[in-house]
Design a protein around this ligand. Structure first.
Ligand code: NAD
Length: 264
């Protein structure tokens, strides 16, 4: 199967480096013919993102910090000026103070709760609203979440609460924009070693637990997530919206440690 994204133009938000989930997704999309624009947060990351974008034939690279709504507006304005329309958006953005990604959830501060919610959850709604204006022939919006939204995961804390709200936003946005042919979905990825992933205390233990206990007996890769994102962003998923699609080697369906572990 080749060229399933031919003629489609999309915005990739959340590449920090070549370990980023957004990068895994971008590679799959470009490999199928999509034309991509990228955002980066701050000049230090810009230096990494520009050469990566160039690898995929893109020089359309825009600074955007979602805490600053003016920078979100100017990102959408830049796309409107250059392309006039947009077919898809990947939102792979999350942040919380790493000092609060350990210990008790109950100790979350008010300031970090608000900041985590704005960056990791509300930014998707703000971007969707603006991007939808450019999706004149329908479109597909995708965000990234984690199973800590529906079950407690040690140390994930306020990020779990923000991801729960993000998943609810996916359903409400799917309801809002469905009549315009714009689909809204999320991928719930298993743990992957990335910059953001490393901010969570005991990340290494989470990865090894998943590897031992997921049905596929492994962790997932950014290529695994990229493959599923390609489906959700392409016409292959034309009848799918409001979904939280797990790409976690099946970990979410388990309820107790594997039999091999119990036998030890
Ligand atoms: P990453 O560190 O590579 O990407 C996170 C991105 O968020 C970075 O590019 C960073 O610049 C961006 N970001 C943070 N604050 C921002 C702001 N104010 N404005 C603009 N951008 C901002 O890590 P990743 O693991 O690829 O994370 C991508 C998404 O996937 C996040 O939403 C994360 O929660 C989610 N996710 C990660 C995992 C995992 O284990 N790594 C699992 C499930 C879901």
């Amino acid at each position: 199967m080749t060229g399933i994204m031919n003629g489609k133009r999309g915005l990739i938000m959340g590449v920090a480096n070549n370990h980023s989930i957004a990068w895994g997704i971008a590679q799959k999309l470009a490999g199928q013919g999509a034309e991509l624009a990228f955002t980066y947060q701050g000049e230090a990351l810009g230096k990494r993102v520009k050469p990566l974008a160039a690898e995929l034939g893109s020089d359309f690279v825009i600074p955007c910090d979602v805490e600053d709504i003016a920078s979100v507006d100017s990102t959408i304005e830049a796309i409107k000026e250059k392309w006039g329309k947009l077919d898809f958006v990947v939102h792979a953005i999350g942040f919380s103070d790493k000092n609060e990604l350990k210990g008790l959830y109950a100790d979350t501060s008010r300031d970090n709760f608000s900041r985590t919610m704005v960056i990791s959850c509300f930014s998707f709604t703000e971007i969707a609203k603006r991007a939808a204006e450019l999706m004149t022939e329908g479109g597909s919006l995708l965000t990234l979440t984690y199973g800590g939204s529906v079950r407690i995961m040690p140390n994930y804390n306020v990020m779990g609460v923000a991801k729960a709200a993000l998943e609810a936003s996916v359903r409400y946005l799917a309801g809002d924009y469905g009549p315009r042919g714009i689909r809204v979905n999320a991928i719930s990825a298993g743990p992957i070693r990335t910059l953001a992933g490393a901010g969570i205390s005991d990340a290494r233990a989470m990865l090894s637990w998943q590897q031992k206990n997921a049905p596929l007996r492994r962790t997932v890769t950014i290529e695994d997530v990229g493959n599923s994102a390609l489906y959700l962003l392409s016409d292959l998923s034309s009848g799918v919206t409001g979904e939280i699609h797990y790409v976690d080697a099946g970990y979410n369906i388990t309820s107790m440690p594997t039999l091999e572990r119990l036998a030890k």
